[in-house]
Write a protein of this length. Structure first.
Lengths: 85, 414
């Protein structure tokens, strides 16, 4: 189980690594595509990296609904407890 | 060649000798070598452990997030293009009049092999979604077109080790035909990988001189035993002479002639008499309105293979006649190794710099000139050779597996 802070930190590091924005720019209200330079190819890489890092399975269909960083934190947090699975 | 005249206004390179064109050129003139023994763990079981890696890792000088989506060959091209574009003064050009012609021999092969390793080790879900954009042969051309907003056309001619020179030739033809005013052109390669060292070794194409790597690439030497695999990129900015003049650009040289022919002979051996290489030289001279007596320097393809160097010598003798024995010829792969699709482009940069500085670079590794070349060609050996002042022209030869021959004829800017 990861706390929401840990999940946010993991997302921030992953987005920084793959798409380039500074870690502190990766905040819950930011859109991956519009604010963080993450195009569709980068989103596939980010999703796969988060699955590996956080031990959750994110389907392609589910990944399309993750528009903001906050969406991803909430979904991963819920998935860990089985609520979203 | 009819049509508009083509000026060279920008030069860029990243090579085994240096991370830019000037440092590569200085190291070449100083007689330095970019060839070394591969001491890395992955190389220890290979039949040949000699190579000429790029002196500066392109990942160290590019934006990290952008670079991770680019194959290493495209990264090298991006570094050289940035230098060439800045050197040209970042010409303000209508995007639909700006083109790119950049290629390589093998494309993004280390990305391809890395992705396959991932597939085998971790399964299909872990294969990167940027695998295809990274491995495709046109990846560098497409990346540079996006970087510079070049919409006149982006092309990647595939002619093995002649690709870089062919790209420059094709760029000149775009300008002459009126299809573009400015074109970013050249070649890149990054294939220092166990598969290619093994594969070229299987063809007996590589030098096995592990006891003295810096002397392994020895064009025109009696004891040459193959080429040394190198990596890097060369990029030039070509521009119509009118466009260059209108914006007051500094012109390094003019690319006045391009000769391209095919041997139609063998997939990996040159046609031994050099018949079609001689014809390519003749076409480049005729297109440029030059005669053999105008040529003051030749940057030879000269990879250090037993057959290739002799075929080229025969071709130069046929095409230049008695003049061949009086023109300083340089085999710069003696210092850089063979950059495959990057070779012709880096050597085009060196040819232009030779005309600019009026110095033919050394062929640093010759101990005993091949007796079949003695008296046929005047090879520049230990020291750079001064070239005469005044009007002057030089040739850059490039050939590729499959019998692709490209000769570029440059005129000094004076």
């Amino acid at each position: 189980m990861h706390t929401t802070d840990e999940i946010l930190a993991a997302i921030a590091e992953t987005v920084h690594e793959i798409a380039g924005p500074d870690i502190h720019e990766v905040q819950p209200d930011k859109s991956f595509a519009d604010d963080l330079d993450a195009d569709s190819l980068a989103m596939v890489e980010i999703t796969v990296a988060l699955e590996e890092r956080l031990g959750v399975a994110i389907s392609d269909a589910e990944a399309k609904n993750l528009v903001t960083v906050g969406d991803a934190v909430a979904w991963i947090s819920a998935a860990q407890t089985g609520v979203a699975a | 060649m009819s049509g508009r005249r083509v000026a060279v206004t920008g030069l860029g390179a990243t090579t085994p000798l240096g991370g830019d064109a000037e440092s590569s050129w200085s190291a070449l003139l100083a007689g330095k070598s970019g060839v070394r023994l591969l001491e890395e763990e992955w190389a220890q079981e290979l039949p040949v452990r000699i190579a000429a890696p790029a002196a500066v890792d392109p990942g160290d000088v590019l934006d990290r997030a952008a670079a991770r989506r680019l194959d290493r060959a495209t990264r090298l091209a991006a570094v050289a293009a940035r230098e060439a574009w800045a050197d040209a003064g970042a010409p303000d050009t209508d995007p639909v009049r700006l083109g790119v012609v950049v290629s390589s021999a093998l494309g993004g092969v280390t990305s391809l092999l890395g992705a396959y390793d991932t597939l085998r080790a971790k399964g299909p879900r872990r294969v990167s979604p940027v695998t295809v954009p990274m491995l495709m042969l046109n990846g560098a051309a497409a990346h540079l077109a996006m970087t510079y907003g070049a919409r006149a056309g982006a092309h990647a001619p595939a002619s093995a080790c002649a690709s870089g020179a062919e790209a420059i030739g094709q760029a000149a033809r775009m300008i002459r035909a009126g299809d573009a005013d400015v074109v970013i052109a050249g070649g890149c390669e990054a294939a220092v990988h166990p598969l290619f060292l093994s594969a070229f070794a299987a063809m007996t194409a590589l030098s096995g001189r592990e006891d003295d790597p810096a002397a392994a690439s020895r064009p025109f030497d009696r004891d040459r035993d193959g080429f040394v695999l190198g990596e890097g990129a060369g990029i030039v900015v070509l521009e119509s002479a009118e466009h260059a003049e209108r914006r007051g650009a500094r012109v390094h040289a003019y690319l006045d002639g391009v000769g391209t022919t095919a041997d139609a002979h063998h997939i990996a051996q040159p046609e031994p008499d050099g018949r079609d290489v001689a014809r390519a030289i003749g076409l480049a001279l005729a297109g440029a309105g030059l005669t053999p007596d105008d040529i003051v320097h030749v940057n030879a393809h000269a990879t250090s293979t037993p057959h290739g160097d002799l075929a080229e010598a025969a071709a130069l003798r046929q095409a230049l006649g008695a003049r061949a024995a009086r023109v300083p010829v340089s085999g710069t792969k003696s210092a850089t190794g063979h950059l495959l699709g990057g070779a012709g482009a880096v050597e085009a940069v060196f040819t232009v710099l030779a005309l600019r500085d009026r110095l033919a670079p050394p062929t640093r590794t010759i101990e005993h000139l091949d007796e079949e070349v003695e008296g046929v060609l005047d090879i520049v050996r230990e020291e750079p050779r001064p070239l005469p002042p005044g009007p002057a022209a030089a040739l850059d030869d490039s050939f590729g597996f499959g019998g692709h021959n490209v000769v570029l004829a440059f005129r000094a800017a004076i």
